[in-house]
Design a protein around this ligand. Structure first.
Ligand SMILES: [Mg+2]
Ligand SMILES: [Zn+2]
Length: 176
């Protein structure tokens, strides 16, 4: 059994300023993430992306464009010696009532099954309520990053930990 960090993409790994008018793409938050991701990797965590991409349902990005963005994120991180083990995204919008969109835990659970992940040792990290809820429903601990939309998080959904960005993740996981 492996331990994993489930990572949201937009606002957690990449810049989402101007959201939801400007579509977040592949512009990594380099200064906020690389140290943290390397540390996680050294600790033996497998890194997995779990993302909502309703731009597809809204007709603002094609499946191909989304796949190119994910591929670019994967390659940029690979060049920084960080390996994203797998990537999952939901192409639907909230009105589709699909079974895979966060806050539902389905994509996390799909990854868990595929990679033999130990939920009790894993975490979901994201910048929005839907990330925290999805993590809670999957049965992993949750971490809110105060990047992206996390800068102004207002919710009754309380994450286990709050950090200013991914580079601070060792502060909460180390003592956990
Ligand atoms: Mg996000
Ligand atoms: Zn979906």
């Amino acid at each position: 059994m492996v331990k994993a960090i489930f990572l949201d993409k937009d606002g957690t790994l990449v810049d989402n300023s101007g959201y939801p008018t400007i579509i977040p793409t592949d512009k990594l938050l380099y200064h906020d993430i690389l140290v943290g991701l390397s540390w996680l990797q050294q600790q033996g965590y497998v890194l997995i992306l779990i993302s909502n991409q309703s731009w597809i349902a809204k007709g603002r990005l094609s499946q191909t464009e989304v796949q190119m963005i994910f591929s670019s994120v994967w390659q940029q991180l690979r060049q920084a010696d960080i390996l994203i083990k797998d990537m999952f995204y939901c192409p639907h919008a909230s009105w589709d009532n699909c079974s895979c969109r966060k806050p539902l835990p389905k994509l996390i659970l799909k990854a868990v099954k595929k990679h033999g992940i130990d939920l009790s040792k894993s975490y979901m990290v994201g910048d929005m309520e839907d990330d925290i809820l999805a993590g809670q429903r999957a049965g992993v601990k949750t971490i809110l990053v105060q990047t992206g939309c996390g800068k102004k998080y207002v919710s009754t959904v309380i994450p286990d930990f709050i950090i200013s960005n991914l580079n601070h993740i060792h502060e909460v996981i180390d003592n956990d």
